[in-house]
Design a protein around this ligand. Structure first.
Ligand code: GTP
Ligand code: ZN
Length: 187
């Protein structure tokens, strides 16, 4: 990785051996290791431990405002925003922290936003045998903001749904909870 970054620096006409840039290839290699830490990670590992609730699952579980960081596979530029993950349990619920972990594992690989949403929804539908899943991703893309069309404020919003949460009424209930103006808990 560091070797490739040295080549990249040379290609843009910079001197990778200069004092200023000598440590950069190693830093970029470390950053990439972080960005792509999800490659080869099976998200099901986060969904295997059920939390015992003696059948009292409630109707809906929603984790909203999960930090979303990913890298677009077209330009290797970051896209970031928020993920909202809802499911209607059948008889299994998992620890709440499992949901951001699933998002992180699937986001930390070369992605497009639509596929990322679908993969999160499918992982939860499969792993929890959920009645329904709804995944809403909102993100701004470096490749849209900082190059090309240079839309700095535009956000992409994508929805992936499974089962009972493909139903319009059930879905709009979740959407109302996600809406920016809806009341948020605070600690
Ligand atoms: N659908 C989708 N498109 C994306 C995503 N991330 C980046 N893109 C788009 O992928 C497209 C890449 O198109 P190309 O024509 O191959 O690349 P390009 O010539 O650099 O396109 P421009 O960005 O319009 O300059 C662009 O329209 C990007 O905005 C994503 O997550 N989902
Ligand atoms: Zn891109």
């Amino acid at each position: 990785m560091a070797r490739a970054v040295r080549e990249l620096l040379s290609a843009i006409g910079a001197d990778p051996e200069s004092d200023e840039l000598r440590a950069t290839p190693g830093r970029v290699a470390d950053s990439y290791a972080e960005f792509f830490a999800g490659v080869g990670v099976d998200p099901q590992q986060f969904l295997s431990d059920a939390v015992p609730v003696d059948g009292e699952t409630g109707e809906l579980v929603l984790m909203r405002d999960i930090a979303l960081r990913s890298i677009c596979e077209h330009h290797l530029l970051p896209f970031r925003g928020r993920a909202h993950v809802a499911y209607q349990p059948r008889d299994r619920v998992v620890g709440l922290s499992a949901l951001p972990r699933v998002v992180d594992a699937l986001a930390a690989r070369p992605q497009v936003q639509e596929r990322l949403g679908e993969q999160i929804a499918q992982a939860i539908a499969d792993g929890l045998d959920a009645k329904g899943v709804l995944v809403v991703l909102e993100a701004s893309h470096g490749c849209v903001a900082d190059r090309g069309v240079r839309e700095t404020e535009a956000e992409a919003v994508t929805i992936a749904a499974r089962g009972s949460l493909t139903d319009a009424a059930a879905r709009s209930e979740v959407m109302a909870l996600i809406a920016p103006g809806s009341p948020r808990a605070s600690l």
